[in-house]
Structures are given as structure tokens and as C-alpha cells.
Design a protein. Structure first.
Length: 87
């Protein structure tokens, strides 16, 4: 049985099999990491959209919304129909 491993064709086949398995495992790992990252991003956006709705309804001021936005790390989010406070 071990004599077959001395054959260059068998070594090549085993090397290709091993490489294919490593690529498949890497793809699965990256895919699951991307899915986890997307879920994390959605969890951050949901509270911000709730606060944005509170701002539109007048429950919180524009300044409070900007503070919340900064704390959530979403400072660059563009919102539609957003009015700036004039001092």
C-alpha cells in the first residue's frame, strides 16, 4: 500500500486533493466570517434607524441624534430630509 505513495502520479493526486480541501475550508471560513460581519452591521443600523425615527417625530433633538450617531460609530451616515440645527 505504501509503495503506491512513491509513484509521482499518486503524489500529485494527493497534493491536488489536499490543496482542494484547503481551498474549500478557506472559502467556508471566509463565507461564514462575511455572514457574521453582515449580521453585526445590521445590528448597528437598526438602533440608529429607531433613533432617526424618534428624531423625525420630535422625541429627541437633532443635537441628541448627532451624539447618538457618534456613539454608535455611524457618523458618516447620510439621512434623507435631515435639518441642521441653527444656533
Amino acid at each position: 500500500m505504501l509503495e503506491i505513495l512513491n509513484n509521482p502520479i499518486a503524489q500529485l493526486a494527493l497534493s491536488v486533493l489536499f490543496l482542494s480541501m484547503m481551498i474549500a475550508l478557506g472559502y467556508a471560513g471566509v463565507s461564514s466570517l462575511r455572514d457574521w460581519s453582515r449580521k453585526s452591521e445590521n445590528l448597528t443600523r437598526e438602533p440608529l434607524s429607531n433613533f432617526e425615527e424618534m428624531r423625525r417625530e420630535g422625541d429627541i433633538s437633532e443635537a441628541e441624534f448627532r451624539n447618538i450617531e457618534a456613539v454608535l460609530g455611524r457618523k458618516g451616515v447620510q439621512t434623507s430630509g435631515r435639518k441642521e440645527d441653527k444656533p
